[in-house]
Design a protein around this ligand. Structure first.
Ligand SMILES: Nc1ncnc2c1ncn2[C@@H]1O[C@H](COP(=O)(O)OP(=O)(O)O)[C@@H](O)[C@H]1O
Ligand SMILES: Nc1ccn([C@@H]2O[C@H](COP(=O)(O)O)[C@@H](O)[C@H]2O)c(=O)n1
Length: 210
């Protein structure tokens, strides 16, 4: 198999990375392209040895909360045509699930996550780097709805975590990483023009933004 094309999609929490990724993957699959979607969140460190009370106050918006070495190693395996043991993560228990998923490479791999463009050691693995740029107040509103509906959070816990870590770490790490992007996509998931532009580029067989 030819070396896969790897796209890194980054941006703030709630910016619309996942929705943008889903829409892009859908478009490519409609054109019979095989696409593998991966999430940096699955590489959050396991915290089985940490008490629940402490897990709740972990800073999940710091690069050190992730096991980027494992991500790097697994991207290299996929690039070499090998399958990986993809970890699975649970936002409710704040740790990894005990099992993993065996995943095979695909010609197009889309990886999305908040810290991807802060990790220079991963850049050799990325063919295209995208930053989804959505105003933080919009991200907060989206996150509030999503995390109370899907991630077992209360309104007050979302608000508290936003002030304590999400917002300051965005300004410290994520926002400055925008400078490494090849493309900046405003609004996020529903930006269908951006989905069209990126998918057309890939469908034309182009793989690297010089
Ligand atoms: N452009 C958009 N308009 C309205 N809602 C959106 C848009 N983009 C994303 N959302 C919604 O906002 C929430 C957060 O989006 P998501 O893609 O999960 O963000 P991220 O992956 O960046 O954290 C989701 O519920 C998603 O459906
Ligand atoms: N146990 C955890 C792990 C992560 N988070 C938050 O998730 C955000 C990243 O995921 P997105 O899908 O929103 O990009 C990040 O901002 C962490 O604060 C969490 O709350 N609990």
């Amino acid at each position: 198999m030819q070396k896969p094309i790897i796209l890194a999609i980054s941006g703030a929490s709630g910016s619309g990375k996942s929705l943008f990724t889903q829409n892009l993957a859908l478009k490519l699959r409609q054109h019979e392209r095989e696409v593998l979607v991966l999430q940096e969140d699955h590489y959050y460190k396991a915290q089985d040895h940490v008490e629940m009370e402490e897990r709740v106050s972990t800073n999940y918006d710091h690069p050190d909360a992730f096991e980027h070495d494992l991500l790097n190693q697994q991207l290299q395996e996929l690039n070499a045509g090998n399958s990986i043991e993809y970890p699975r993560y649970c936002y409710v228990t704040h740790t990894r699930l005990p099992d993993f998923e065996v995943i095979s490479p695909a010609p197009i791999i889309i990886l999305e996550g908040i810290m991807l463009l802060t990790q220079i050691q991963l850049f050799d693995q990325f063919d295209i780097k995208v930053f989804v740029d959505t105003p933080l107040d919009v991200c907060l509103m989206r996150r509030m709805l999503r995390d109370t509906q899907e991630r077992g959070r209360s309104i007050s816990s979302v608000a508290k975590q936003y002030e304590a870590t999400v917002k300051p770490m965005y300004h410290k790490f994520i926002e400055p990483s925008k400078t490494f992007a090849d493309l900046i996509v405003p609004h996020g998931g529903e930006n269908l023009l951006a989905v069209d532009v990126v998918s057309s580029y890939l469908l034309e067989g182009k793989s690297k933004i010089a």
